[in-house]
Design a protein around this ligand. Structure first.
Ligand code: 26W
Length: 811
C-alpha cells in the first residue's frame, strides 16, 4: 500500500466494509451514515498510518533532523476531504461509496469542525502541518486535546452567546491514543537545593502529578512521502488514588482531585489578542510544553543517545509566547534529569528553540505574575530567576549604567514574568509574520534585543494551504486554472503566475465571472439552509470574516454601511447596484465592546429590513458561528474582501490571502501582509486607503483628536448621530461616545480618521463593478495569479532554510 495511488476502488470498499463489520458489527446495507463516515475515516487512517511508517523508515535510515511545532492552538476544521484529496484517492472513494448509495459530499458533511483554535494563529499552525508534509519535512505538531474547542456562537437578539463546542463524538475517530508515550507532569510542591560534592543538587517534592496521554492525528501531504503527526495531549488523573484519603472514607475528595487534573485539557481559552493571567491557562501551557519536551527527549535518546546533539536533530518552534515555558522546562530536564551544567544546558536550549511573534498589541503580550509561577511551578520559577539574573548581569557589563534600557529587557520585573522577552532570549531566531510586522517588532517591542542581536531577527511572511483554500474549496476555479496553465500549481503555487497571460482573454474572463456567480449561488443556498437568510446572488458580495476586534475595525465597515443607508433613506430611488455586506466573526466571551459591535451590526441589519425597497439594494447579513467550514464556502463567493485594520496592528492577516486566491478584490489598509499583496499585484489591482503605519504613529505623537473629523465632515456626523439614535429601536450611544469622547482616548483605532478615505474607496470599488465588469474580472485574475507567494509551502520552505536548518527527506 506504500503507493497510495495504486489503491483501487475495490480495496477501498473492502477496507470500509472491514471497519463496519469490525467496529460496528453491521453490513454496509444496515449501516447509518455516521457509521459509514467513521468507517471511511478509519480506512483513511490506516492508509496514512502505513504511509507514516514508510516515512519513518526513511527518517531512521537518514538520521534526519525533525521540527517540532508547539502551539496552544490548531484550528484544523474538517480533515476528511483534505486527506482524501491529498492522497489522490477522490475517485476511488467516490466510486466505492456509490456502492453504499452515498456521495463523498454526504460524508464530508458528517464531520464536525475541529475548532481547537481561535483565529489566525491556530489556522496558520494547521496550514503549516499540511505544507510540512507536502514538502517532505519530518514534522510533529504538539498541542492539547481540548474536550471543547472554540465555543459555538449563537446570536440571540443581537447578543452573542457561547455554547460548548462538542467535537469529539465525530472528531475522535481521527485520533489514535498512544498510551505507550504517556508521561507525567508535575505541579505545585516545594524545591530544596543542597550543595553536594557533585555540585548543587535540586530536590523537588510535594508535587501533584498529572498524567499526559497523547493522541495522534496524521495529516497527509499532497503527492509526497511525508505524513505530519499532530500529537495532542490529554490530561488525566494519575490512576493511583490518594489511598490515604480513600481509606479515610473521603471518597468524594479523591474524585475531586481527579477532576482537578482533567480540567487542564477541558477547554480552549477563547481569548484572542487579549491575555488573562489565569492559573488554569498557565497550567495548560506548562502541561503542553512539559509533556512535549519529555516526549522529544525520550525519542532523541532512543534514536541518537547523547542530548548534546539535540540542536542538530531537533528544531523546536514556539508559536507565539504561549509555549515559552518550554525554555525553562528544557533547562530543567537537561540539568535536573540529565546532569548538564547550566552553561551547557543553555547552549543546547538556545540552539534548539526558535520563536514567532504574532502580535504587537500590548494587551496580548503575556506576562505572568511571578508568585503564581512560584506557587504552581516552583522549579521553573527558580530557573526563570536564574535566566533573568544572568541575562541582566551580561547587560550591566555591556551597557553600564543604562538602567532603563536594561529594565525594559529583563525577563522578570515588578513581580511580572515577561514571556516575550523570555522567548527572545531563549531562542536563536525570532521572526515576525509579514515584512511590515517584522520591521515593527525590531523598531518597537524588541528594539533593545535587536540592538544586541541584529542577526537573530528575521521575517517569514505567513502563507495559506492553497490546496485547501483553492483546490478543495473552489474546484470550479481550480478546474479553470488547470485548463489554462496545467496542474503544476497544485504542488508549486508559484506557477499561478502563468495565469497572468490570460488577462486579455475574454473567454477566460467570462469563465471567471461565471464561476464567481456559481460560488455566490452556492453560498446563498448555504446561508439560506443554515440561517434562513435570503441573499441576492446578483448583489455584490462584500465580506469581512475574522475575529471581532476593535483593531480589525468591523465598526468602520458598519459606518460605511450606515452612510449608504443614510443616502438611501434620503433617496430610496437612488440608483446603486445591490450590495450584500456579509460579516462572520466571534468575539472573545469577555470582550463586551466586541459583543456590542456584533449587536450594532445585527440591529442595523434588522433596521434596514424594515425598508424593503432599500433592503433590495443594501443588505447586511451576520453569519452565525463563523468557522473553518463556513469560511470554505464564503471565501470563494466573495467579490470584495475587507482587510481594514488600523495600520500597524494586524501582524499579517491570512484571510486576506485566501480571498485574493479566490479572486476577490481587496479593500485594505497598508497593514500586515496587505503591504506585500499590494507590492505583488501593483497599485492598480488592489484598493488601498487610510493612514499608513508611520502616519498613525505620527498622529498619535501629535495628539489624535477624533472629534475634529466629526466637526469637519457632515457625512460622518450623520453616521455617528445615527449610531447614537440607534437602530431597530435600540440606541448605540455608547458606541457613538466611544468614537467621540471615549476614555482614555476617543476612537482608539481611528475609525474617524480613516472614514473619509474608506468610504471614498468603497465607492470607487463599487463604481468599477457597475461600470466595467471586464476590468473587474481582469483585476480578479491578476490577484489569483499573484497569490502564489502566499502559499504555506513557501513559508515552510523559508522556515526550514532560514530558521530550522531542516532538509526535506525523500526515499
Ligand atoms: C494570550 C491570549 C492570546 C491568544 C492568541 C493572545 C494572542 C493570540 C494570537 C497571537 C492571536 C492571533 O491569532 N494572531 C494572529 O496571528 C495570525 C497568524 O500569524 C496573523 O495573521 C494575525 O495578523 C494575528 O492577529
Amino acid at each position: 500500500m506504500s503507493n497510495t495511488k495504486n489503491i483501487t476502488e475495490k480495496e477501498v470498499q473492502a477496507l470500509i466494509q472491514g471497519k463496519l463489520s469490525r467496529y460496528f458489527g453491521v453490513a454496509p446495507k444496515e449501516a447509518t451514515k455516521d457509521q459509514i463516515y467513521k468507517a471511511v475515516v478509519m480506512s483513511v487512517r490506516d492508509i496514512l498510518l502505513e504511509k507514516r511508517q514508510q516515512f519513518h523508515k526513511v527518517m531512521r535510515s537518514k538520521n534526519g533532523k525533525r521540527v517540532y511545532y508547539m502551539c496552544m492552538e490548531f484550528l484544523l476544521g474538517r480533515s476528511l476531504k483534505n486527506n482524501i484529496y491529498n492522497l489522490g484517492l477522490g475517485d476511488e472513494y467516490a466510486k466505492a461509496l456509490k456502492g453504499f448509495g452515498l456521495t463523498l459530499d454526504d460524508l464530508y458533511e458528517q464531520e464536525p469542525d475541529a475548532g481547537l483554535g481561535n483565529g489566525g494563529l491556530g489556522r496558520l499552525a494547521a496550514c503549516f502541518m499540511d505544507a510540512l508534509a507536502t514538502g517532505n519535512y519530518p514534522a510533529m505538531g504538539y498541542s492539547i486535546r481540548y474536550d471543547y474547542g472554540l465555543f459555538k456562537q449563537k446570536i440571540v437578539d443581537g447578543w452573542q452567546m457561547e455554547l460548548p463546542d462538542i467535537w469529539l463524538p465525530g472528531g475522535e475517530v481521527w485520533l489514535t491514543q498512544r498510551s505507550d508515550k504517556a508521561c507525567t507532569v508535575k505541579f505545585d510542591g516545594w524545591v530544596r537545593e543542597d550543595w553536594t560534592e557533585n555540585g548543587l543538587k535540586v530536590t523537588y517534592g510535594g508535587y501533584k502529578e498529572v498524567e499526559a496521554l497523547p493522541y495522534d492525528m496524521m495529516i497527509s501531504g499532497k503527492d509526497s512521502e511525508a505524513v505530519s503527526v499532530l500529537r495532542l495531549w490529554r490530561a488525566r488523573n494519575i490512576s493511583h488514588f490518594d489511598m490515604k484519603l480513600f481509606s479515610q472514607g473521603d471518597y468524594l475528595r479523591c474524585m475531586e482531585e481527579e477532576n482537578e487534573a482533567e480540567v487542564i485539557s477541558k477547554v480552549l481559552y477563547p481569548a484572542d489578542d487579549h491575555y488573562e493571567g489565569k492559573s488554569l491557562r498557565l497550567k495548560q501551557q506548562y502541561f503542553l510544553v512539559s509533556a512535549s519536551l519529555q516526549n522529544i527527549i525520550n525519542d532523541h535518546k532512543h534514536r541518537y543517545g547523547p542530548l548534546n546533539l539535540l540542536p542538530q536533530q531537533a528544531a523546536i518552534h514556539i508559536n507565539d509566547t504561549h509555549p515559552a515555558l518550554a525554555i525553562p522546562e528544557l533547562m530543567r530536564l537537561l540539568m535536573d534529569e540529565n546532569g548538564f551544567t547550566w552553561d551547557d544546558a543553555w547552549a543546547i536550549t538556545t540552539a534548539t528553540f526558535a520563536y514567532t511573534n504574532h502580535t504587537v498589541m500590548a494587551e496580548a503580550l503575556e506576562t505572568w505574575q511571578e508568585d503564581l509561577i512560584a506557587r504552581r511551578l516552583p522549579r521553573i520559577h527558580m530557573i526563570l530567576k536564574e535566566i533573568n539574573r544572568r541575562f541582566c548581569n551580561d547587560l550591566w557589563e555591556r551597557f553600564p549604567g543604562q538602567h532603563q534600557f536594561i529594565e525594559k529587557m529583563a525577563v522578570i520585573s515588578n513581580g511580572q514574568v515577561r514571556m516575550a522577552n523570555l522567548s527572545v532570549i531563549g531562542s536563536h531566531k525570532v521572526n515576525g509574520v509579514s515584512a511590515l510586522h517584522s520591521d515593527i517588532i525590531k523598531k518597537s517591542i524588541f528594539n533593545g534585543f535587536y540592538q544586541i542581536w541584529p542577526d537573530k531577527f528575521t521575517n517569514v511572511t505567513n502563507g495559506i494551504a492553497h490546496r485547501r483554500w483553492l483546490c478543495q474549496a473552489n474546484p470550479e476555479l481550480s478546474g479553470l486554472l488547470t485548463d489554462c496553465i496545467g496542474d503544476g500549481y497544485v504542488k508549486n503555487a508559484a506557477e499561478l503566475e502563468k495565469f497572468k497571460k490570460f488577462v486579455n482573454d475574454d473567454s477566460v474572463l467570462k469563465r471567471l465571472q461565471e464561476i464567481k456567480r456559481i460560488k455566490k449561488q452556492q453560498f446563498a443556498d448555504y446561508a439560506f439552509k443554515k440561517e434562513g437568510v435570503t441573499i441576492d446572488p446578483d448583489s455584490i458580495f462584500d465580506v469581512q470574516a475574522k475575529r471581532m476586534h476593535e483593531y480589525k475595525r468591523q465598526l468602520l465597515n458598519a459606518m460605511n454601511v450606515i452612510s449608504l443607508y443614510a443616502e438611501l433613506l434620503d433617496d430610496p430611488n437612488k440608483d446603486i447596484h445591490p450590495q450584500t455586506f456579509i460579516f462572520g466573526a466571534k468575539a472573545a466571551s469577555g470582550y463586551l465592546r466586541a459583543k456590542q459591535f456584533i449587536k450594532l451590526i445585527c440591529y442595523l441589519a434588522e433596521d434596514i429590513k424594515k425598508h424593503p425597497k432599500i433592503n433590495e439594494k443594501l443588505n447586511v447579513v451576520y453569519m452565525e458561528n463563523y468557522n473553518v467550514t463556513m469560511a470554505e464556502c464564503m471565501i470563494p463567493a466573495t467579490e470584495v474582501s475587507e482587510q481594514i485594520s488600523l495600520a500597524g496592528k494586524e501582524a499579517s492577516g491570512t484571510s486576506n490571502m485566501k480571498f485574493m486566491l479566490n479572486g476577490a478584490l481587496t479593500i485594505g489598509t497598508l497593514d500586515g501582509a496587505n503591504v506585500e499583496m499590494s507590492e505583488t499585484v501593483g497599485d492598480d489591482n488592489i484598493f488601498i486607503f487610510g493612514l499608513r503605519a508611520d502616519e498613525v504613529d505620527e498622529v498619535w505623537s501629535r495628539g489624535y483628536n477624533a472629534s475634529s473629523y466629526y466637526n469637519q465632515n457632515q457625512r460622518l456626523r450623520r453616521v455617528v448621530e445615527m449610531i447614537a439614535r440607534g437602530f431597530n429601536g435600540e440606541s448605540f450611544a455608547e458606541i457613538a461616545n466611544y468614537l467621540l469622547t471615549g476614555t482614555p482616548v476617543a476612537d482608539p483605532y481611528m475609525c474617524m480618521a480613516d472614514f473619509d478615505s474608506y468610504t471614498a474607496t468603497q465607492k470607487k470599488v463599487k463604481d468599477l463593478y457597475v461600470q466595467d465588469q471586464k476590468k473587474w474580472a481582469q483585476i480578479s485574475l491578476m490577484n489569483i495569479a499573484g497569490a502564489g507567494v502566499f502559499a504555506a509551502d513557501r513559508s515552510i520552505k523559508e522556515y526550514a532554510e532560514n530558521i530550522w536548518n531542516l532538509k526535506p527527506l525523500k526515499a
